[in-house]
Design a protein around this ligand. Structure first.
Ligand SMILES: Cc1cc2nc3c(=O)[nH]c(=O)nc-3n(C[C@H](O)[C@H](O)[C@H](O)COP(=O)(O)O)c2cc1C
Length: 734
């Protein structure tokens, strides 16, 4: 699989530095607690912004006979070093307002000492320090390559600020947390590198040299409280005050501030010398503060999250890479010997899974099949059937391993005519659903030797069910006894329960060949909610069919089924009578449940998509405001649900019903037209944290999401994906 330079560098850097990053993050997590715990056990009882140097020096002079220095550390704790009456040097924390001794500095807790040594040098002295500095630099590079990957994924620089569409757990949170933690991680790494360079004297620690005045003024003698510089300087700006060691005119106060250092005449408070710290000293100071989280409890918490985040990035990053590795291609036959050629366009490897399934199934049937990426398109001497399976990325663009396909198609000729079909893998959350698959289809259509055997078949969110539907269509056209490979089927074995039929309305009583079945679990306990799926596996082809559940009560399920002429399972269900038994599984579908807190919800469905909503309306005891938009062909199509829905309207479980009956008037009306009509109302619901749920056919889903996207952009200035990510637009389409 082609790996872009950014991805390759991102992964290579991560692998090469993983152990060190792991150690640095683990110890970083421990060390983040040091400033937090320091801040919690407060040693400063006064606000340093409100106390001047004049006040503290005067107070100390009143309380102690000899003072050496006062230091304010990064936790804002004030320590005084004094000589007591017995001539002993004492160091203790003071309350800067009263000068009173409020505690003795204690040793750092051993766990922090241990973590600090491991974090700084891995207990390996200089060598360790070198590796730690290098790791910090590598982590910085990983973050930078990560930024480019996000740009690439989100379709450019501006995309960085756009919401990320929810995909699988690892890629989604890797990107999301990457965005959030990018700045803290860059700060940690740059400051870490700086501190290391300083350690190795690559950046020198600058010494401050004062140009002292040679004329020492001893007059007039002013009290400390009248020194201008002392009065104008607050303790919050001070790092250290050194008191003069003797009452000589060439002995000064040394005042170290955050940005400069001053020598102050001890008699009159005149500034004898003032030196701004060089830039490197300021950077050094802030590097330490930013790297260690001292000085701010909020920043220490951010650092803590950044370290935990790094651990998560390691886990999720490596699992994404492993997932991609699974997409390696193994071919048994040479490309020119194969009659079947499967070409793949994939960014994250999921499409490989499906392509491999088809490839192995063809091989099992004794066919010569060749698997390749679109970017390795070439001439295939014996190709008779071409299948292109491709995802779409960016704004409807080709995935990385398919970018060269267009050019290659012009370069490599196929000697013999060939049939082709294109399967598009995409997500309806994107406005350009499967666009690249359509582009490939167009390119192939223009090919002189090609023969298109079917329209592009699109698969939303890697739906196995849809893939199977395509497989069934394709195998008929190709006249092959193909079936879903064992590898896919065995993955799906699930726990089953026995249900008893307690009601079946039968399809022949309804114009659209749809029917409702109520099933009650007979043995054991099974938990389910409206919106979950009932799984029925056909004893004929071992394929699983899924039906959206409407929950009737703790043990009873309602499903709405469309009878397909040649549908084995739907016919079997239609034939069931009250008392018959059926074995089914339950598939939790947490992404399609009415949130408990929802006060407002709009249900959108066509045909049997109403199934889960019947349960949700039935259970609406808290009387949330529910509105149903349903699409069908005629009035008769709604007959099956009419009585039930009327009950909900009467008892207040449903507030309004909007029917789009396409064939009841000259001009076709579909659900999306009703949504367009009520666009302001729909936007208001979304704005007020209401929920929109869509259930039914994929075709309807596409039209409805297009319309909702327009509504969101027009009335809320946000794309629909924003609400999908917030979990207020939920879909379950098939
Ligand atoms: C950043 C990003 C952009 C995407 N853009 C589109 C798109 O424009 N149109 C679309 O139909 N699907 C889009 N998708 C969905 C993917 O095409 C879909 O998830 C596909 O199954 C992924 O296959 P792969 O893992 O083989 O790359 C996008 C997914 C991501 C993560």
């Amino acid at each position: 699989m082609t790996i872009s330079i950014w991805r390759y560098s991102h992964l290579a850097l991560a692998i090469s530095s993983s152990i060190f990053i792991l150690l640095a993050s683990l110890t970083g997590i421990i060390l983040a607690f040091e400033p937090i715990s320091n801040r919690v056990q407060k040693q400063t009882i006064s606000n340093l912004d409100e106390i001047s140097v004049a006040e503290i020096t005067t107070t100390l002079r009143e309380n102690y006979s000899e003072i050496i220095s006062v230091e304010i550390d990064k936790n804002d704790w004030v320590t005084a070093s004094v000589i007591d009456d017995d001539g002993n040097n004492q160091i203790f924390y003071i309350d800067p307002l009263t000068g009173k001794n409020i505690g003795t500095p204690t040793e750092t807790h051993p766990i922090f000492q241990f973590a600090t040594s491991l974090h700084r040098s891995l207990f390996l002295k200089s060598i360790g320090r070198f590796f730690v500095g290098l790791t910090s630099f590598l982590l910085f590079l990983i973050s930078i390559t990560g930024i480019f990957l996000i740009f690439k994924k989100q379709g450019g620089f501006r995309g960085f600020f756009k919401p990320i569409v929810k995909e699988k757990f690892n890629p989604y949170y890797h990107t999301l947390f990457g965005k959030w933690l990018l700045i803290p991680i860059v700060i940690i790494t740059i400051s870490g590198v700086y501190l290391s360079l300083e350690q190795f004297s690559i950046i020198s620690k600058t010494k401050i040299v004062h140009q002292e005045d040679t004329l020492f003024a001893e007059e007039p003698v002013l009290p400390l409280s009248e020194f201008d510089i002392f009065n104008n300087t607050k303790l919050s700006d001070v790092r250290k005050i050194e008191f003069p060691f003797a009452e000589f005119p060439d002995s000064y106060f040394l005042l170290q501030l955050k940005d400069k250092e001053l020598l102050i005449n001890q008699f009159n408070g005149n500034i004898v010398s003032e030196v701004n710290y060089p830039f490197t000293a300021i950077i050094s100071y802030y590097s330490l503060i930013f790297h260690t989280g001292q000085a701010s409890i909020i920043w220490s918490i951010v650092l803590l999250f950044a370290c935990i985040g790094i651990l998560f990035f390691m886990y999720s990053g490596f699992s994404i890479a492993l997932q991609r590795r699974k997409s390696r291609i193994k071919n048994r036959y040479k490309k020119d010997d194969c009659e079947y050629v499967i070409l793949i366009g994939s960014e994250n490897g999921n499409t490989f899974y499906f392509a491999n399934a088809l490839h192995s199934e063809l091989i099992r049937l004794g066919k010569k099949s060749y698997l390749a990426e679109l970017n390795s398109y070439s001439s295939y001497k014996n190709m008779q059937h071409l299948v292109v399976m491709t995802a779409t990325y960016g704004a409807g663009e080709a995935p990385t391993n398919a970018k060269k396909f267009k050019a290659l198609l012009q370069t490599h000729q196929q000697g013999k005519p060939f049939d082709y079909s294109v399967v598009g893998f995409g997500s309806l959350a994107y406005p350009d659903f499967c666009k690249y698959a359509y582009d490939v289809d167009e390119l192939l259509e223009a090919h002189p030797n090609s023969n298109k055997i079917d329209d592009v078949f699109t698969i939303n969110n890697q739906s196995l069910e849809s893939f199977n539907q395509w497989l069934l269509k394709w195998k008929e056209k190709e006249n092959l006894e193909i079936r879903l490979p064992e590898a896919i089927l065995s993955k799906k074995k699930r726990k089953t329960y026995t249900f008893e039929v307690i009601k079946n309305t039968k399809a022949n009583k309804q114009s659209d060949n749809t029917f409702l079945i109520q099933l009650k679990v007979t043995l054991g306990k099974v938990r389910f909610k409206s919106g979950d799926l009932l799984s029925i596996t056909s004893d004929k082809d071992q394929r699983e069919r899924l039906y959206s559940i409407g929950k009737w009560d703790r043990n009873t399920i309602l499903i709405s089924v469309k009878l397909h002429d040649r549908g084995y399972v739907s016919n079997k269900l239609n034939d069931l009578t009250v008392g018959d038994k059926l074995t089914c599984g339950i598939v939790k579908n947490k992404d399609f449940r009415l949130p408990k807190k929802a006060k407002n919800a709009v249900f959108i469905a066509t045909g049997t998509g109403i199934g889960p909503y019947l349960g949700m309306m039935h259970e609406n005891n808290k009387k949330a405001v529910l509105q149903l938009y349903w699409g069908g062909r005629t009035k008769a199509s709604f007959e099956l649900y009419k009585k039930e829905v009327a009950t909900y309207i009467n008892n207040g479980n449903l507030q309004s019903l909007h029917l789009a009956l396409s064939q009841e008037q000259e001009e076709k009306v579909y659900v999306q037209h009703l949504l367009e009509r009520d666009s302001e109302h729909i936007a208001k619901i979304l704005k007020n944290k209401g929920v929109i749920m869509i259930c039914g056919s994929v075709v309807m889903q596409k039209d409805v999401t297009d319309t909702l996207n327009e509504i969101c952009k027009k009335h809320l200035n946000k794309p629909l994906s924003y609400y999908q990510n917030k979990g207020t637009v939920l879909m379950d389409c098939y």
